[in-house]
Write a protein that binds this ligand. Structure first.
Ligand code: ADP
Ligand code: MG
Length: 807
């Protein structure tokens, strides 16, 4: 029998619709119609007039309740039984509402489908709508089949849901673990705070910093823990208010923890964008701060070193090796305004086009840089150019450094100008010293020979009759010897192998003394002037030698002034300071007498000027100049611990400046110059001790000629022996000071032991002996210096023999 019941299913879920249709069909109800929402259901109900409506509650477009209301208000549809079949079930409200609106029942999903069928059946019965139609009994068996499949679907669905939930839980657990591990593995302190500064979470790193467990930290206020304060640090609340949820960063020294932190606060916002807490990230930067301080100190020390160097230091950077920095010494050396100006120059601007070896500077400098890069450093000489164009010699040390992948070159430039000047001066004085020694050595021996010639010449003259024609020859010979003696005297003066007799003298006096002769030396058409310091200037000097200096300079001036001109000598007091000394490369600081000697003559070029103090250097024709004048001047000034320099240019005259150290004491009264006295002879016996045979013979000849008796000794020992043999007849000993076997002093000491009051005259050679004489002799010792004229010798002998006789 056919079952005619027409059922309308209103349900948005297709699966559920399918399930219901299946269920109804299983029970023999083939007349089932479907709608997806209330509106569709209403339309279907109007057109199809179903026997039963079964509807979901929540649906799009028109929900179940609206749909029910529409059915119950429609005259034609009102009588159709309406049943809710819904999962939306929270309590009784829906049921009450449904019943009140006229629904037959509210069945909650999923419902045992058999039960659902029973329920629907009874509703239909109750509504009296069966119209002799009943559910077929045979169909009932099929319900089990339907039920099984339905529960299978539901079970699968549930399992799926459970699996989904389990998966979701596993994901959340994994995320939680990832987060926890990440949180705790951060090497810096990370804490999470609520709005009231309570720490609600702290990572593992906090434990070490705060010395408390993660749990202990969690109960604390952040400001207590970090700042050791009872209230928030002034900056902290800003994150809540002013910062308006923006991250906040700062570097702070936390005195409680005695450490530096770099702090970052990231706000946590709720759904409405309101700050609900803060993630507080604190990185301990104490070590970095220390390193920075260290670096600053190193940098400062380096700066001091860099700036205090007298050498020019500069750095050059790749790729084209331009200057990148320089020190103060560089600014001075290259005569630029400051380091900023300096680095605007390229290395090529600070070198002449070519180096002294003729190579182009730019090409050669490239090679120097390459060598420095290859070897690490390179030292070489270089000619530089200052910004004003002046060239100067220098040494350069180029060092190549690589620092953290960056390459740079460092250059140390040393200006050699001063050093070259000193070297030249040193070389010059070395040369003078050597030449002086050589010349002096020869002159000394030469002097002995001259002494012999003069001596014998004079003796010969004495023996000749007044009108003897040979006399003239001998006189000419003696004149020649005189000239030779002058020459040797000059050489000895220059080589400082002469005896100088220094006393305190007033320099102005010396100049006045010379002034008397100047006119005669200079001639009529040269105007001679002296400009003297008013007060006396005292120097420790040999006035005769100083006179000689001035005379030599005057003679040269005369030769340099062709016709008409001026010659001036000026004296003044000056102080030599460090500035003078560094500029000239010589001198000791102190008070000096300055004598300026200038002429308006022809002057000289640099070539000449460099050599004028050399002995035998002359520009004058043969026979006119000896080249010794200035060498003598130089020797004498040196002997006086003084300095001499010259300024001259061709055509512009010449100026010499002589500096002599000033002393405080007044000059002693000059002893009256002794008158030449006629030589006097005598009859006494004299022991002559002299190792040089010709000199010994000369002395003997001179002395015997004038009536004395001479006993000769050839050395010190011989002198003592001869004295012993003749001690009662010897009145005087004339002894050379330096002799073989036993020197003069030792010999005389021996003799004095036998005869303490014996009269002794020592003969001495040249300056180096003086040192020894000083050691050997007492002040009162009688001395006569070689070379001596026969007259001098006789005078000295007579004076010493007569000593004590008159008193
Ligand atoms: P000499 O006078 O015998 O040549 P010096 O040693 O006195 O030797 O001088 C050396 C040289 O120095 C001279 O030959 C001359 O060229 C130069 N000279 C010295 N003084 C002057 C001067 N006042 N003016 C120009 N040249 C000078
Ligand atoms: Mg001269």
């Amino acid at each position: 029998m056919k079952f005619e019941l027409k059922i309308l299913i209103v349900e948005d879920n297709a699966d559920d619709r399918k399930l219901l249709r299946y269920n109804f069909e299983n029970h023999g109800c083939k007349n089932v119609i479907e709608a997806q929402d209330g509106q569709e259901g209403l339309d279907l109900a109007k057109s199809q007039k179903p026997d039963l409506i079964i509807s979901d509650a929540l649906m799009p477009v028109m929900d179940g309740f609206q749909f029910l209301r529409a059915i119950k208000t429609d005259e034609n549809l009102r009588s159709i039984p309406f049943v809710f079949y819904s999962a939306t079930y929270t309590g009784y409200k829906e049921v009450e509402l449904a019943i009140s609106l006229g629904a037959e029942a509210f069945i909650v999903k999923p419902k045992d489908l058999n039960e659902l069928w029973e329920k629907l059946n009874s509703i239909i019965k109750e509504c009296n709508l069966r119209k002799e139609k009943t559910f077929p009994a045979e169909q009932i068996d099929n319900d089990h089949e339907y039920f099984r499949s339905y529960s299978n679907i539901v079970a699968t669905k549930l399992e799926e849901k459970v699996r989904e939930l389990e998966n979701a839980k596993a994901v959340i657990e994994a995320k939680e673990q990832e987060w926890q591990t990440t949180f705790n593995s951060i090497g810096d302190c990370v804490t999470i705070h609520d709005k009231n500064f309570n720490i609600i979470l702290a990572n593992k790193s906090c434990e070490k910093v705060f010395g408390a467990s993660q749990n202990e930290i969690r109960s604390r206020k952040c400001f207590e823990l970090f700042h050791g304060k009872n209230e928030p640090h002034e900056a902290c609340p800003k994150i809540n208010t002013e910062q308006k949820g923006k991250p906040f960063e700062a570097e702070r020294f936390e005195s409680r923890l005695n450490r530096w932190f770099s702090i970052a606060c990231f706000p946590l916002l709720d759904k409405n964008g309101v700050v609900r807490g803060v993630v507080h990230y604190a990185k301990d930067i104490t070590e970095r701060k220390k390193a920075e301080a260290n670096l600053r100190e190193i940098d400062k020390k380096f700066r001091v070193l860099f700036e205090s160097s007298r050498d020019a230091l500069m750095t050059l950077g790749p790729p084209s090796w331009e200057f990148t920095s320089c020190n103060q010494a560089t600014v001075g050396m290259f005569r630029v305004k400051n380091d900023e100006e300096f680095i605007t120059y390229g290395p090529e601007d600070l070198s002449p086009e070519r180096q002294p070896d003729g190579r182009a500077s730019d090409e050669k400098s490239k090679e120097m840089i390459e060598t420095a890069m290859l070897k690490g450093s390179h030292f070489f000489e270089w000619t530089h150019k200052r910004s004003d164009g002046e060239e100067f010699p220098a040494t350069v040390l180029l060092t190549h450094t690589e620092l953290e992948g960056k390459q740079f070159l460092q250059a140390t430039v040393r200006d050699l100008t001063e050093q070259r000047k000193l070297e030249a001066q040193y070389l010059q004085s070395q040369k003078m010293e050597v030449v002086g020694q050589l010349a002096g050595g020869i002159a000394h021996d030469f002097n002995n020979i001259l002494t012999a010639i003069t001596g014998y010449g004079h003796i010969a003259l004495m023996k000749l009759e007044k009108d003897d024609p040979i006399r003239l020859n001998i006189e000419h010979m003696l004149e020649g010897v005189d000239r030779a003696a002058y020459l040797t005297k000059d050489i000895l003066l220059f080589s400082r192998k002469h005896i100088s007799n220094k006393t305190p003298v007033n320099l102005n006096e010396v100049v006045r003394q010379v002034e008397k002769f100047l006119k005669r030396v200079m001639g009529e058409d040269i105007e001679c002037k002296t400009v003297l310091q008013e007060r006396p200037i005292h120097v420790h000097a040999d006035s005769h030698h100083l006179e000689q200096v001035l005379m030599n300079l005057a003679t040269n001036a005369r030769d340099a002034i062709p016709k008409g001109g001026a010659f001036t000598i000026a004296t003044e007091k000056v102080t030599l300071n460090q500035g003078f000394i560094s500029a000239h490369g010589y001198g000791k600081p102190g008070e000096y007498a300055l004598i300026t000697i200038s002429d308006t003559g022809i002057g000289m070029d640099e070539e000449t000027r460099k050599r004028i103090f050399e002995p035998f250097f002359t520009t004058k024709e043969v026979g006119k100049g000896t080249g010794l004048g200035l060498a003598v001047v130089y020797g004498i000034i040196k002997e006086h611990d003084g300095y001499i320099n010259v300024y001259s240019e061709p055509g512009n005259g010449t100026t010499f400046r002589i500096y002599l150290p000033i002393i405080a004491s007044k000059p002693r009264k000059e002893t009256k110059t002794h008158q030449e006295e006629a030589s006097e002879g005598g009859t006494e016996t004299i022991l002559v001790a002299e190792d040089d045979e010709s000199l010994r013979n000369l002395s003997k000849a001179v002395l015997t000629e004038l009536g004395y008796t001479v006993i000769e000794a050839v050395d010190g020992e011989d002198a003592v022996r001869k004295f012993m043999e003749n001690k009662d007849r010897i009145h005087l000993i004339l002894s050379d000071l330096i002799m073989p076997k036993m020197n003069g002093k030792e010999a005389c000491d021996e003799i004095r032991k036998i005869k303490p009051d014996i009269k002794i005259i020592f003969m001495s050679g040249y300056a180096p002996d003086i040192v020894r004489q000083k050691v050997l002799l007492e002040d009162s010792a009688q001395m006569i210096f070689k070379p001596m004229s026969p007259n001098e010798l006789l005078k000295k002998v007579r004076n010493v023999l007569d000593e004590g006789k008159h008193n």
